[in-house]
Design a protein. Structure first.
Length: 337
């Protein structure tokens, strides 16, 4: 069994911990937190061994009546892989700790690409992360775009990608980002950071991205135009996308017209935290004009990178190939509607 430590038990970290626990070949050795709060208490209630990420704050856990298993250094020393799910920028600061114990580390998309040996998306470049020491699992939006672009490149070839990303203002629990009443170009100049980030997965890809930030918390929305090298019809493209295990092509019959109903659907289906690990792509939006493909997809920013982290664990430990890992992860999490 692969022993996995998770440094940071917030929005992403707690989801990754649950996903790792669900895998048949992995165990959560422990999770690390900087301070005692409801998430720290929840980790202990779930039976995760809890470690203090900052030694000077360890006494705060004792004062809160939360038992610690040790310091984060103890956790890093024990595990086969550490998943760094700390806030953006902290992962880079933690890199020297992981190197000190020669422990392979995964970082999240908020870190700069140069923190890692490779930026990772399971569908697009799993093999590049095999046996790597430092791997960056790209951001939620880059993950969503990479899952879409990979099969299109393989099947039809891609001349150019143009995407406008309508981004949520914050996650539901990020009260510090609101309340707001605005629509903000973010950034105001081309490109947004998403295009260059996608090129860390597909270096030779021609892609332009624009970003808008809106006062919403549920999901991101992508308006995508892809100029293909051939001219398939819309039905053929839709069939291709429906065959992708981490793309949910929303049927018109479901009458799901936005992110709100997608989240309601996830809750009705019993998804933990109403998570949507898949790209949610409206089937009726898939349109072809000549060789230009147009579509809309929604990306759940809190969860779509979770299965990617699980697959990256297997890649850096060289414990499964891409197909085997993706199938195992999907089955364990019950990915796919």
């Amino acid at each position: 069994m692969l022993q996995v430590g998770i440094n940071g038990y917030g929005t992403i970290g707690k989801r990754v911990a649950d996903a790792v626990r669900a895998q048949p070949d992995m165990e959560v050795t422990g999770v690390a937190k900087t301070r005692p709060n409801f998430e720290a208490e929840g980790a202990v209630e779930k039976g995760f061994s809890l470690y203090a990420a900052i030694e000077e704050r360890a006494e705060l856990f004792d004062e809160a009546g939360i038992e610690l298993a040790g310091m984060v250094e103890d956790l890093v020393e024990k595990v086969d892989v550490v998943v760094d799910a700390c806030p953006s920028g902290i992962g880079a600061d933690n890199k020297s700790l992981y190197e000190e114990y020669d422990t392979p580390a995964l970082y999240q998309g908020g870190e700069d690409a140069d923190v890692a040996d490779v930026s990772f998306n399971a569908r697009a470049n799993y093999e590049e992360a095999i046996d790597a020491q430092h791997v960056r699992v790209v951001s939620c939006n880059t993950t969503g775009l990479s899952r879409l672009i990979a099969p299109l490149r393989e099947e039809y070839g891609v001349e150019k990608v143009r995407a406008t990303l309508v981004r949520r203002g914050g996650d539901p629990a990020q009260t510090g980002r609101g309340p707001i009443n605005d629509i903000v170009p973010n950034p105001v100049k081309l490109p947004s950071h998403h295009g260059p980030d996608v090129k860390t997965i597909f270096p030779d890809l021609s892609i332009d991205t624009l970003g808008l930030k809106v006062p919403a918390t549920l999901m991101h929305m992508h308006s995508v135009n892809v100029s293909l090298e051939s001219e398939p019809d819309a039905e053929e493209v839709r069939d291709l996308l429906e065959s992708q295990s981490r793309i949910f092509v929303v049927p018109e019959r479901m009458d799901i017209d936005g992110a709100g109903k997608l989240k309601e659907y996830a809750m009705d289906r019993g998804r933990p935290r109403a998570d949507l690990w898949e790209n949610c792509l409206w089937g009726e939006s898939v349109s072809m004009e000549g060789n230009d493909l147009y579509l809309f997809q929604a990306i759940h920013q809190e969860s779509d990178v979770v299965p990617e982290n699980v697959d990256a664990i297997r890649a850096v430990t060289n414990s499964a190939d891409a197909r085997e890992s993706i199938e195992t992860t999907n089955e364990a999490l019950e990915i796919g509607f």
